[in-house]
Write a protein that binds this ligand. Structure first.
Ligand code: NAD
Length: 453
């Protein structure tokens, strides 16, 4: 099956139909129509997979994709045109261009936590750039994946764009084949396997991975605003977000204020029994529930701490007195647990962050510009957001991606088009005699008078 799909996509690419910008625009409009006609089904399948509320589906999956589609449609004609770079003296009679070529057949492998956003986000970029695509959504969010298998073919060219359903074994089989570009979203351990498989054919690869994204809060920040923004970013999707704030670094004084304010906000949002709240997601499966139930044993409970295995429910939980050596500080949490590690100042925070792998995101809450600059200048991360969390992801002009262990390459907005585009440099020489004279200095016999140093 994998072989047939790749062959079909390659044959479709070779017909040249995806080279037409109008063809690509038609496919992007098809995806827009898919969203218009299937909103309630998408809300239903995400409720089945993750108990996601309608509001989270709309603002964190659908609206972002719809915006992306419209942004692509508005700009595609312009982006697809060749760039005309500036000329140097020896080229003044020639023409220079950078031609925007699609790579060919692209494989996109998605993760389960935002099944639509993380599969269709890169998919939109690959279509816009003129590639054929095999999309492999995560089998773990199975209702969403099955929806994509059944529904995408109704809105798109069936030879150029195909959806492959499967888990590790099927994906391993798929990766035996030659692709022209691979875009992977998921964990670093599987990212390494994907990268190794891509290496066989020297296939260029984007790896969108995860990691422990730190939050530094200093005493100058308005703790009410900090707590609201931070708690929202941590508890959307029950913490199962690649750029979720993973842990807090702050002083004991800030911790005390944060806990008092956070308790009130959480009570206001999820009432006395958060398990009954329709707004709170569930852990994706038993394996992750067990993993998180072990991590919750680190430090001591500051807020929350209740769990229910039958429902895979984990209450919003803040842990205090957490030591850097505790289990929760050794891996990406990817769940609704937020540990606080005490530091005295920005210097200690920088040292702590730099002892770990480069994170996907970093968050700094401070009113002191000097301290913010200090942290920015002395750390590295895929992206950074000052005085908020998550929101940098939603800015289309900011490329999104990791660095080091949190990934390589980036996408979003124009960067999505660029990621899936080979920039082919073209020097178009003039064959006239004047042009020939201009470059005749390169021919033998060589002499000192023909070189400048
Ligand atoms: P995962 O690595 O387990 O799975 C990702 C994809 O790889 C899935 O489609 C899965 O079917 C496939 N896969 C799993 N095992 C495989 C194998 N042995 N061989 C080939 N393919 C295999 O990741 P996940 O659990 O779906 O997602 C969680 C991780 O992804 C977290 O680390 C999170 O931070 C990261 N993530 C990153 C981003 C980002 O944009 N950077 C977004 C979401 C999630």
């Amino acid at each position: 099956m994998a072989e047939n799909m790749v062959q079909t996509a390659r044959a479709a690419f070779q017909t040249g139909k995806t080279k037409s910008v109008e063809f690509r625009e038609k496919q992007l409009r098809g995806l827009l129509k898919l969203f218009e006609e299937n909103t309630s089904t998408i809300v239903d399948v995400l409720a089945q997979d993750l108990h996601k509320s309608k509001q989270e589906v709309v603002i964190l999956e659908m609206e972002m994709l719809i915006y992306d589609l419209k942004y692509m449609l508005d700009n595609l004609q312009d982006w697809a045109k060749p760039d005309r770079p500036s000329k140097t003296f020896p080229n003044w009679l020639d023409s220079l261009s950078i031609i925007k070529e699609p790579y060919g057949v692209v494989l996109i492998i998605g993760a389960w936590n935002y099944p639509f956003l993380l599969s269709l986000g890169p998919f939109i970029g690959a279509i816009a750039a003129g590639n054929c695509v095999i999309l492999k959504p995560s089998e773990i969010s199975s209702s969403s994946a099955k929806f994509m298998v059944d529904t995408l073919p109704k809105y798109l060219d069936n030879e150029c764009y195909q959806v492959y359903y499967g888990g590790p074994a099927e994906t391993t089989e798929l990766l035996q084949h030659k692709f022209d570009y691979i875009f992977f979203t998921g964990s670093a351990s599987i990212g390494k396997l994907v990268h190794a498989a891509a290496n066989k054919y020297l296939t260029p690869t984007t790896l969108e991975l995860g990691g422990k994204s730190p939050v530094y809060i200093d005493a100058s920040a308005n703790i009410e605003v900090v707590a609201k923004r931070l708690l929202w970013g941590k508890w959307i999707n029950a913490g199962q977000t690649c750029i979720a704030p993973d842990y807090i670094l702050c002083s004991k004084e800030v911790e005390k204020k944060f806990l008092a304010v956070a308790k009130n906000i959480l009570k206001d949002w999820y009432k006395d029994n958060p398990k009954e709240s329709p707004d709170f997601c569930r852990i994706i499966n038993d394996k992750h529930f067990q993993r998180l139930s072990n991590l919750i044993k680190s430090g001591s409970i500051g807020i929350g701490g209740k769990t229910d295995p039958k429902d895979r429910f984990i209450e919003v939980t803040v842990l205090v007195d957490v030591k850097p050596t505790d289990a929760i500080m050794q891996e990406e949490i990817f769940g609704p647990i937020l540990p606080i590690v005490s530091v005295n100042d920005a210097y200690e925070a920088i040292k702590f962050i730099n002892e770990k792998d480069k994170p996907l995101a970093m968050y700094i809450f401070s009113n002191k510009k000097k301290d913010v600059r200090l942290i920015l200048n002395n750390t590295s991360s895929g992206g950074v957001c000052v005085n908020d969390v998550i929101m940098h992801f939603a800015v289309p002009s900011l490329p999104f991606g990791g660095v080091g262990n949190s990934g390589m390459g980036s996408y979003h907005g124009k960067q999505s088009f660029d990621t899936f585009t080979h920039k082919r440099s073209c020097l178009y020489k003039n064959l006239g005699l004047l042009g020939e004279k201009l470059c005749s200095g390169r021919y033998p016999p060589y002499s000192a008078s023909k070189i400048s140093i």
